[in-house]
Design a protein around this ligand. Structure first.
Ligand code: ADP
Ligand code: MG
Length: 631
């Protein structure tokens, strides 16, 4: 598994064209530098006064000679070797010392943290090339002393980065758990904290090696690093300066080498950073855009323009590692004025992706709309401009999400957030908006609304936060409220309260609701109609009572059977065996066939189409459990 992960990371790195070019260049330079002792090169330190300042491409001297007649090619290869070694060693030392300081400071905290970080601040208080100069001045010129100086001035970068991470990690639950299991401080530090900080250390290293090589070259250029006759890239540059006008190649060659070396290291460093950022693992190396990309083969026309929402043949795809899978396929849904439609299905069936596709909230990449349309009162939402969609978000169509804590901003009071939601769509004065916010809190039955406006999200209970989220969704009298499992994170009594509230608000405000849940019990309490989703497809639709009383699709039947009924304790609550197929590996025929109790051979042959069993009642099944006569 670890191997698969590693080769995945390497192939991702090489997929990034710039990083791949950097890797190739760097590998070439490192290989030549490593092979310097066995390559047929002249002695880099042998002077030949007769051959001074020969031009490049002279016989025996491919890159010419310098002021003392030494072969530039040989000096370049040996000098690169020295510069690389110094740069890499300085990075390793700085990383080790800096990370150790940062880890201890962040993990132990308190006085030790203060002491260590003030020390680091003192180092950072000097411009670092000056500090390096001062250190070399004290230690005396020489390559090794330059290496120490460069390492010391770079320690703060590692220390500060790592301290921040370690500080955050030392308060996390898994670290507490390790402590409670009886591990000692150092054990927790090395086993729990260090592995989580490692990516940051690696990224900082890969992005600072180039810097350190430059800094070493700078010190050598000033005569404080490599001492004659030893060559490194900086000292070669310094020697070339004296003959810059009559023999420019003496300084141009090492200068170009520094440029190519540092550039290739930086390209690799950037590539490594992108690969280690897990958010970029799926999809291209780009940040998601503000709206889902629409690239659809077909653009159907609305059949029921009066409906608040009509989905027709919606198809949403995700690009995963070079291929595209459809998480949602050919979804048709209809929500009328003031109607509540329940969208039911087990986790992973594509309910959230369907809901997020409506207003273009699916992250792109990796997601895109691959077909179909979403009509809001007859207008094709996928054809609107970004500005029009932005104006509709939160005003015409509002969302309530599953976890109210993550949708509310932790650093603002709920009053501020409600007022912001109101004023985003209406040019109200702050005072008026504040009054409206208090009214909204009263509407969702939060006691002492004026006082509660000053509360921060963490001061409220889960149920209250979800009420605030609902109040926000209602702030601008949305025509359609999309509620994505709004009660799943709440306990049963609070869930019942929130459902009652939603139901009452729906009637008061006459808003249409798309209510997403995995629980048929909740559907029966709230929804007029229900659509059942399985593996990205709608498998059954109908009025709630009809579907509950006589499910037509075997999957619906099993879902309905899972709901406990009060007063029937002897009823068996069977779980549905097996797992739904992943979107990338759908069976050829009916997606439910592998788990279906009444499967026939013909079910596995070809995809099953939706059939209309009665008006407003459909099922995607060749053998529906109820015939047309029963519904
Ligand atoms: P649920 O019905 O539980 O809400 P979702 O709609 O969240 O299910 O997910 C449906 C499918 O889409 C899942 O198989 C999931 O793997 C896939 N999916 C959802 N979001 C992403 C994403 N950002 N990148 C890749 N695949 C995704
Ligand atoms: Mg979901």
């Amino acid at each position: 598994m670890a191997n698969a992960g590693r080769s995945g990371a390497v192939s991702l790195l090489l997929n990034n064209r710039l990083a791949a070019a950097g890797v190739a260049l760097l590998a070439l330079i490192v290989a030549v530098a490593l092979l310097a002792p066995v390559l047929p090169l002249a002695d880099p330190n042998a002077t030949a006064p007769a051959d001074r300042l020969m031009r490049p491409f002279s016989p025996d001297h491919l890159l010419g000679t310098d002021a003392l007649g030494r072969d530039i090619l040989a000096r370049l290869v040996w000098g690169t070797r020295v510069s690389l070694m110094v740069g890499i060693s300085a990075t390793a030392i700085a990383a080790m010392v800096g990370s150790a300081i940062g880890l201890v400071a962040g993990f132990v905290g308190g006085r030790i943290d203060g002491l260590l970080m003030r020390g680091i601040d003192m180092v950072m208080a000097f411009p670092y090339i000056l500090l390096a100069l001062a250190i070399v001045a004290v230690l005396g010129p020489g390559l090794l002393n330059a290496l120490y100086a460069i390492a010391v001035v770079n320690v703060p970068f590692f220390a500060r980065n790592v301290r921040g991470m370690a500080l955050g990690l030392s308060r996390r639950e898994f670290v507490d758990a390790a402590r409670l299991s009886g591990q000692s401080g150092p054990e927790v530090l090395f086993a729990e904290v260090l592995p989580n900080v490692m990516p940051v250390i690696v990224v900082t290293m890969s992005t600072t090696v180039g810097w350190m090589i430059l800094e070493t070259a700078g010190l050598s250029f000033l005569g404080l690093g490599a001492q004659p006759p030893q060559a490194d890239l900086g000292s070669m540059l310094g020697e070339g300066r004296k003959v810059l006008f009559n023999a420019p190649h003496v300084s141009v060659v090492p200068g170009l080498m520094i440029f190519v070396l540092v550039m290739s290291i930086n390209l690799v460093g950037d590539g490594v950073r992108d690969v280690l950022d897990p958010r970029l693992k799926s999809g291209a190396l780009a940040r998601p855009s503000a709206r889902t990309r629409v690239e659809r083969a077909d653009a159907p026309v609305a059949t029921t323009p009066a409906a608040v929402l009509e989905l027709k043949g919606l198809r949403t795809l995700f690009g995963l590692g070079g291929r595209e899978v459809a998480a949602v396929r050919d979804v048709d849904l209809l929500i009328g004025e003031g109607e509540c439609l329940g969208l039911v299905g087990e986790s992973g069936s594509g309910k959230s992706v369907t809901a997020m596709s409506i207003m273009g909230l699916v992250p792109s990449p990796p997601g895109r709309i691959g077909g179909g349309a979403a009509f809001f009162r007859g207008r094709d939402l996928f054809a609107l401009s970004d500005g029009e969609i932005r104006r509709m978000r939160g005003s015409a169509v509002a969302h309530v999400f599953q976890d109210p804590l993550s949708t509310l901003h932790p650093l603002f009071t709920i009053g501020d957030q409600l007022i912001e939601a109101i004023r985003a769509h209406r040019p109200l004065r702050r005072r008026t908006a504040r009054q409206e916010a208090a009214d909204l809190l009263a509407l969702v039955r939060i006691p002492n609304p004026r006082l509660r406006l000053e509360a921060y999200p963490h001061e409220l209970s889960g149920g209250m936060r979800q009420r605030v989220a609902i109040a926000m969704a209602l702030a601008n009298d949305a025509d359609l409220v999309v509620a994505d499992e709004p009660t799943t994170a709440l306990d049963v009594t609070v869930q019942a309260e929130v459902l009652t509230l939603l139901n009452r608000l729906r009637q008061e405000k006459n808003a249409a609701v798309l209510f997403i849940t995995h629980d048929f019990g909740v559907v029966s309490a709230l929804c007029d109609r229900v659509a059942v989703m399985y593996a990205g497809e709608i498998v059954e639709t109908g009025r709630t009572e009809a579907v509950l009383a006589a499910p037509a699709h075997p999957y619906t039947r099993r879902l309905v059977d899972c709901v406990p009924v009060l007063g029937e304790p002897e009823r068996r609550l069977d779980a549905i065996e097996g797992r739904p197929p992943p979107p990338g590996a759908l069976p050829k025929g009916c997606a439910f066939a592998p788990r279906c109790p009444s499967v026939a051979p013909v079910c596995r042959e070809a995809p099953v189409a939706v059939r209309e069993l009665a008006a407003g009642r459909t099922a995607r099944c060749l053998f529906p459990l109820v015939g047309a006569g029963h519904v």
